[in-house]
Structures are given as structure tokens and as C-alpha cells.
Write a new protein. Structure first.
Ligand SMILES: O=P(O)(O)OC[C@H]1O[C@H](OP(=O)(O)OP(=O)(O)O)[C@H](O)[C@@H]1O
Ligand SMILES: O=c1[nH]c(=O)c2nc[nH]c2[nH]1
Ligand SMILES: [Mg+2]
Length: 175
């Protein structure tokens, strides 16, 4: 849509790049699990797709959990935020584990930004524990446990969305 293309994207508004390597992400997920280990036990992990799948796998491994479900949502088309769509909810079996309200369930996502996604999932499972690896200020109040806060004008580049590339020297104007 031409109208949408003329507006600055969320990423363009978020001026500061924050690239995260696989190593860093793994370390941050392990740090998150240390905190979650104090809060549990949990019956199951629910990943908010797609970004939550990677931290959910790491957290589930560290907590010894083997029941993993998904809430499939879509809101950003790359870096443009559109209407939030729930493409799939949790299974009946997982819902039963959480007594219908999500008690004892652990929801995992890679980050909260505006909090739109988190708010929706919290409405579906109000008693679940919601954990993210990164949090921006607008979304932070929705999260029960997170590891690193970044400013609202930061754009996080996850390792599954990026590849190594040449960077000009800082002296020549690199960010
Ligand atoms: O707090 P919000 O402003 O809602 O933004 C956070 C959400 O945005 C990203 O997902 P996205 O919708 O881009 O889908 P993806 O996980 O499939 O990349 C991210 O993984 C979070 O789920
Ligand atoms: O890769 C991403 N980085 C971000 O900072 C972000 N915020 C919302 N959605 C996002 N996706
Ligand atoms: Mg996501």
C-alpha cells in the first residue's frame, strides 16, 4: 500500500540498532532461565511464534520441560506493524493443564516492544507467567520476567533475521 510505504517504519523510528549474535542470545536465554527457575515450576511452555520459538526451545531444555505449545500471531510485516491476528491458539490439552486461565504455564517471546502482542496473549491466558528475553519500556509492564531492557528507539536485530556483512569503519560514519 502506497500510503503505508510513505510512513516511516517502526524500524526507521527506532534509530539505534542493537544486533544480537547467536552466542549472546543463548547466554541471555540461559540468564532468563536462571530467573524462571526461581519462579516455577511450570507445566508447559507456550511460545509466541515465530520469535518466541527460539528462546522457548532453550528455556524448555534448561527447565527440563517437554510440553511445548504455540500461540501463533502475526503483527509485523518485517518492520511495519499491522493489525494483530491470532492464527492459532493453544491446544485443548495445554489449556486443561493451565486450568483454563494459564495457571502454571510459561509464555515465552523474544521481546516486548509496544506490548500489543503481549497484551493479547495475556488476555488469552491471564494467570500464565509471561517471560521475554528483551523488553522496551512501553511493553515492559506486561512482562513478569525479562533479562535486558533496551530503549524504545532501539531496534533489536535477531540472529535468525541477519547475516554477517561488511561495516564501514566508525570514522567513516558507521553507526
Ligand atoms: O510488543 P509488540 O509491539 O507487539 O512487538 C513484539 C512482537 O513483535 C515481534 O513479532 P512479529 O509480530 O514481528 O512476528 P515474528 O515473531 O513472527 O517475527 C516479536 O517477536 C514480538 O512477538
Ligand atoms: O526484530 C525485531 N526487532 C525489534 O526490535 C522489534 N520490535 C517489534 N518487533 C521487532 N522485531
Ligand atoms: Mg513475535
Amino acid at each position: 500500500m502506497a500510503e503505508r510505504n510513505s510512513e516511516p517504519s517502526v524500524q526507521e523510528r527506532a534509530g539505534r540498532p542493537f544486533p544480537v549474535s547467536w552466542d549472546q542470545f543463548h547466554r541471555d536465554c540461559r540468564a532468563l532461565t536462571w530467573r524462571l527457575n526461581e519462579v516455577g515450576p511450570f507445566q508447559a511452555v507456550i511460545a509466541i511464534t515465530r520469535g518466541g520459538l527460539v528462546p522457548a526451545a532453550i528455556v524448555a531444555r534448561e527447565l527440563g520441560l517437554r510440553v511445548i505449545d504455540t500461540v501463533c500471531v502475526a503483527s509485523y510485516d518485517h518492520d511495519k506493524q499491522g493489525d494483530l491476528k491470532v492464527l492459532k491458539g493453544i491446544s485443548e490439552q495445554t489449556a486443561k493443564l493451565g486450568g483454563g486461565t494459564g495457571k502454571g504455564l510459561l509464555i515465552v517471546d523474544d521481546l516486548v516492544d509496544t506490548g500489543k502482542t503481549g497484551r493479547l496473549v495475556r488476555q488469552l491466558l491471564p494467570d500464565a507467567h509471561f517471560a521475554t528475553v528483551y523488553a522496551k519500556p512501553k511493553g515492559r509492564p506486561l512482562v513478569d520476567t525479562y533479562i535486558t531492557e533496551v530503549s524504545q528507539d532501539t531496534w533489536i536485530y535477531f540472529p535468525w533475521d541477519t547475516a554477517l556483512s561488511f561495516q564501514p569503519p566508525i570514522r567513516d560514519g558507521a553507526a
